[in-house]
Design a protein around this ligand. Structure first.
Ligand code: ADP
Ligand code: MG
Length: 140
């Protein structure tokens, strides 16, 4: 099944000028960008994106981090894109992420883990709509 998922290149990775290298990894994996932009979130916008985590102890720090610099948001399309993208990203903590994964290669800390990816079709729908309107990302 062809799916779409939301990828984010986080402020730690954009700050190290790794966006191009990460985009190349998506393309090499057959995850095709179908919409993309560079944005800078306010803290309130980051809180809206991560509302699901609002009870977690790391919520405030995570939202400060995610609004600390530019991010690249990308709609990726491909066969089983959601799971294949999560596999490519690796575990949340870069120290535990598999060899060859994006977080192993580009992450430095459980919070500063370089990339985000939707974890289900429901969250993908919410997250894609958070960043892209119908003009930017038309229905497939
Ligand atoms: P994932 O991004 O792998 O789906 P979560 O949804 O659990 O992970 O968490 C969202 C983001 O919050 C993570 O990508 C990471 O940046 C941050 N985070 C998760 N767990 C922690 C933690 N224990 N301490 C600090 N930041 C965390
Ligand atoms: Mg998650």
């Amino acid at each position: 099944m062809i799916e779409r998922t939301l990828a984010i290149i986080k402020p730690d990775a954009t700050g190290r000028h790794q966006s191009g290298a990460i985009l190349q990894r998506y393309e090499q994996a057959g995850l095709v960008p179908v919409a993309m932009k560079l944005v800078r979130l306010t803290k309130a916008q980051a809180e809206g994106f991560y509302y699901i985590h609002k009870q977690r102890p790391f919520f405030d720090s995570l939202c400060s981090f995610m609004s600390s610099g530019p991010i690249v948001v990308i709609a990726l399309e491909g066969e089983q894109a959601i799971k294949r993208h999560r596999d490519l990203m690796g575990a949340t903590d870069p120290a535990k992420a598999a060899e060859g994964s994006l977080r192993k290669a580009f992450g430095t800390h459980i919070e500063h883990n370089a990339v985000h990816g939707s974890d289900s079709s429901e969250t993908a729908q919410f997250e894609l709509a958070y960043f892209f309107n119908a003009l930017e990302l038309p229905q497939p």
